[in-house]
Design a protein around this ligand. Structure first.
Ligand SMILES: NC(=O)c1ccc[n+]([C@@H]2O[C@H](COP(=O)([O-])OP(=O)(O)OC[C@H]3O[C@@H](n4cnc5c(N)ncnc54)[C@H](O)[C@@H]3O)[C@@H](O)[C@H]2O)c1
Length: 383
């Protein structure tokens, strides 16, 4: 039995995603279970080195979790030959430069999305990583969610017949920050700081649609800022220069039509914070983060339109819950494990910087389509 340690420089662990999902729920959770089982008695042991701007905040996290290494000097960390992987969960605007430096230093890379703020930079990163011969991965957590894994199982099992359309609803009310604190960081609402719901969410929709239903061929979008003034972490008012709602329509390979609403200015009247309603000739499904319910052709009721009468049946009750039939891990952890196996064992892994660039492309084209009021083709990236 051998224990292989991978030293992972984690930048942005004081943030929401870096701390909770990547450090605590992924790498520390793997350590709590004795490391990642590589088979044959071998175990991979992830060793986080916390990187950031504020030493006291990093030390505080390290102490809380029994970690020892922190640094505020990214260049020095990247120059350290003992570091195997660079991980980035910084604010989006800070990512491109850090990834470039990490690639130049020959580190393998794992990063949050979006990989860059523009398509040109995202493509350059993918090309540089390929030229450097490093391993690279981009977070695409949504397809590892239990609800979407159940949806994938339905698709693979032929449940839908011909898939016709997908309607996605994502979002919730993000408080403005005046009388109740906002529950998301303020940079998300300032375009100049890399914010905006389109650059945030369209990268997710690109891989969800692509992996489950087909490559996105065209995009139309209406993008807007519903709430123009918000209050930041210090209680100071600021102008919300970034979009907080994006209403998109996407045509996919094979003719499936997908329509996805993303909004930070909507109040939830759904079972989960994101839901995808899929209609097919043989059946339909509604998949959320954890659950998935279905209605088969044979159990589809026959409603008759008559506004003069109250509804006589509960349409919600006519759906059936899809059973788990499996243990589902945290989606971020599941993807980390696959990436670590890719690095350690050279197992295949396709959620890379090229996939990340496709997400940035869809966001950029979505914003352009909205600005020009047009439907735009989404050309296949030659990477
Ligand atoms: N995969 C997902 O579902 C998902 C969800 C939310 C956010 N994200 C992505 O994760 C990244 C981080 O988002 P978050 O919500 O954790 O943000 P956050 O504001 O909570 O954390 C940002 C981190 O970046 C650091 N940072 C570095 N340079 C900075 C600068 N110049 N200004 C401010 N902070 C700076 C902060 O110290 C902090 O550690 C973003 O790129 C976002 O798009 C992904």
């Amino acid at each position: 039995m051998a224990r292989k340690t991978l030293r992972i420089a984690m930048n942005g662990v004081t943030g929401r995603m870096g701390y909770r999902q990547h450090l605590v729920r992924s790498l520390l959770a793997i350590r709590e279970e004795g490391g990642l089982d590589l088979g044959g008695g071998d175990v991979l042991w992830p060793e986080p080195v916390l990187v950031g701007r504020r030493e006291h905040a990093l030390k505080e996290i390290a102490d809380r979790h029994g970690l020892t290494e922190v640094s505020t000097d990214l260049d020095a960390v990247l120059a350290d030959d003992s570091i195997d992987i660079y991980f980035d969960a910084q604010v989006t605007a800070a990512r491109e430069q850090a990834l470039k430096s990490a690639i130049a230093a020959g580190k393998d890379i794992y990063t949050e999305k979006p990989t860059a703020t523009g398509l040109g930079a995202a493509v350059e990163l993918a090309q540089a990583a390929r030229a450097a011969g490093i391993k690279h991965g981009v977070v695409q957590d949504k397809i590892f969610l239990p609800g979407l894994l159940k949806l994938k199982r339905l698709i693979d099992g032929g449940f839908f017949g011909q898939i016709l359309s997908v309607r996605g609803e994502f979002g919730y009310w993000v408080f403005e920050g005046d009388w109740q604190e906002a529950q998301r960081p303020s940079w998300n609402y300032r375009e100049q700081d890399g914010g905006g719901i389109t650059v945030d969410m369209f990268p997710h929709w690109e891989y969800v649609l692509h992996e489950l239903f087909g490559r996105v061929r065209t995009v139309q979008a209406h993008v807007t800022t519903h709430i123009p003034r918000r209050w930041d972490e210090k209680g100071k008012a600021y102008e919300a220069t970034a979009d907080d709602a994006a209403y998109g329509i996407f045509e996919l390979d094979g003719g499936v039509v997908a329509q996805i609403n993303s909004s930070w200015a909507t109040r939830v009247n759904r079972d989960e914070l994101v839901e995808f309603h899929v209609d097919g000739t043989e059946g339909s499904a509604v998949a959320g983060l954890r659950n998935c319910r279905i209605q088969h052709r044979a159990t589809t009721p026959k409603p008759v339109w008559n506004p003069d009468l109250p509804a006589t049946e509960s349409f919600r009750d006519q759906w059936q819950e899809v059973p788990d039939n499996a243990d589902f891990a945290n989606g971020f952890r599941a993807q980390w494990e696959l990436f670590l196996r890719h690095v350690a064992l050279d197992e295949p892994y396709h959620w890379d910087l090229a996939a990340g660039a496709r997400g940035v492309q869809l966001a950029e084209l979505g914003l352009k389509a909205a600005a020009e009021g047009r439907r735009l083709d989404v050309p296949e990236l030659a990477l």
